[in-house]
Design a protein around this ligand. Structure first.
Ligand code: PMP
Length: 409
């Protein structure tokens, strides 16, 4: 039987060297995981080993190191592709992260196809990186970006979605998990309904890939965007998965080396997948580090990990429920371990600063989701977001610190 109890979070915590430090003289409680996760030693060492032993440019070299670097880079692609169950490694494009992946699809898939009057449905809770690229494509083509309304519990209004979905809908682009509120959206249902209406779906997996099993084939999704740094890998590297026929039908993204087959002043031809979308020297060390993060995650019982994270959320919600003046924002029935909240009488930034002085790292503000904040009539929240290495002691310390914050308000 899988349970939270079978997951040893303290042992996992020991895998992450950064967490051993003190801040402001206090042991660190790191609860800013939705912004970026910490990195296990295995990832740090993989990057170090790459630079100490392997570093070379990929794909074109005639020497041993070039071979090693190419092998390491392509092994990393296969690992990351396998992690999301991509049918082939070449359907996994390495990008800088979720933002670049979404921009790639907006510019290379959407923009050439959109016509005046076409609609792109986006989530009312969306991160700005899943709004603005569509607005840019819409502005250039006369299409419209239409938000899917959000309920009082921070869930997508599925009746409204059904009504908005129609013959004008070309694309549905939404997050699997809301970074601002933690809500898990019913993406499988949304994808099948969107497909039935003839629309293509991009899922922003930035907040889901580290916490939930994301299987692109089971979901039957057209595009999946994600960031390495939110799944225990390095910054500056991420992925775009795409359905093969869609990727192959798209013009290249940036022009340069790596992405061509032949170049002449008369006629240039482009490489096939995935290189067509990977102009220039890639972030080789980043890819290697992301591959190591996938290996690390593979060594973990994912069901027990998810049960542990759910138990942390339940623990935090119980303590929040007993705290006067604690206003939880976002009460979705299905959510990851994210607590977005306000304290009566306390500006989120002040709460964040007072928590920091006690060693507790949280994020405050609009979380790059201003329309979501507007929906709830607030400028921002305090957000505590948990990861696999957080412990029940972290939850206790967080609430002890919050009680102290309240004495200053
Ligand atoms: N989408 C969501 C839901 C996010 O949480 C984030 C990062 N906060 C992004 C997109 C953007 O990711 P990145 O900055 O890594 O490109």
């Amino acid at each position: 039987m899988t349970s939270a109890a079978s997951f040893d979070a303290a042992a996992r915590r020991a895998d992450f060297p950064l967490l051993a430090q003190t801040v402001h003289g206090q042991p660190l409680v790191y609860l800013d995981n939705a912004a970026t996760t910490q990195k296990p030693l295995a990832v740090i060492e993989a990057v170090e080993d790459y630079y100490k032993r392997i570093n070379s440019n990929v794909h074109r070299g005639a020497h041993l190191l070039a071979d090693r670097a190419t092998t390491a880079f392509e092994e990393a692609r296969a690992l990351v592709a396998g992690y999301i169950n991509s049918p082939t490694p070449e359907q996994l494009i390495f990008t800088r992260g979720t933002t670049e992946s979404i921009n790639l699809v907006a510019q290379c898939y959407a923009r050439p196809r959109l016509q005046p009057g076409d609609e792109i449905l986006v989530s009312g809770l969306a991160h700005h990186s899943n709004i603005v690229p569509w607005q840019m494509a819409a502005e250039a083509t006369g299409a419209r970006v239409v938000p899917i309304p959000v309920t009082a519990t921070a869930e997508l209004d599925m009746d409204a979605f059904g009504q908005l979905l129609g013959p004008r809908t070309r694309l549905v682009a939404l997050e699997h998990v809301s970074n601002a509120m933690g809500s898990i959206h019913p993406v499988a249902d949304i994808i099948s309904r969107a497909h039935a209406a003839g629309a293509v779906v991009l899922i922003d997996g930035a907040q889901s890939v580290a916490h939930l099993e994301v299987d692109v084939q089971a979901l039957d999704v057209d595009f999946l965007a994600f960031s390495g740094h939110k799944m225990y890998g390095p910054t500056g590297i991420g992925g775009l998965f795409g359905r093969r026929e869609l990727l192959e039908s798209m013009p290249p993204w940036q022009g340069g080396g790596e992405m061509i087959e032949t170049v002449s002043f008369e006629r240039t031809t482009y490489a096939g997948l995935p290189y067509r979308f990977e102009a220039g020297t890639p972030h080789i060390a980043g890819a290697v580090g992301l591959g190591a993060a996938v290996r690390y995650l593979r060594g973990i019982d994912r069901k027990a990990m998810a049960a542990h994270e759910d138990a942390l959320l339940a623990h935090a919600l119980e303590l929040a429920g007993a705290m006067p003046g604690f206003r939880l924002v976002g009460r979705a029935a299905h959510k990851v371990a994210v607590l977005s909240f306000l304290l009566d009488g306390g500006h989120p930034h002040d709460v964040g600063t007072l928590l920091d002085r006690q060693g507790v790292a949280v994020r405050t503000g609009h979380h790059c989701a201003q329309p979501a904040m507007a929906r709830f009539g607030i400028p921002g929240t305090v957000r505590a977001s948990f990861a696999l290495y957080n412990t029940h002691e972290d939850v206790e310390r967080f609430f002890t610190a919050l009680r102290k914050v309240q004495t200053f308000l």
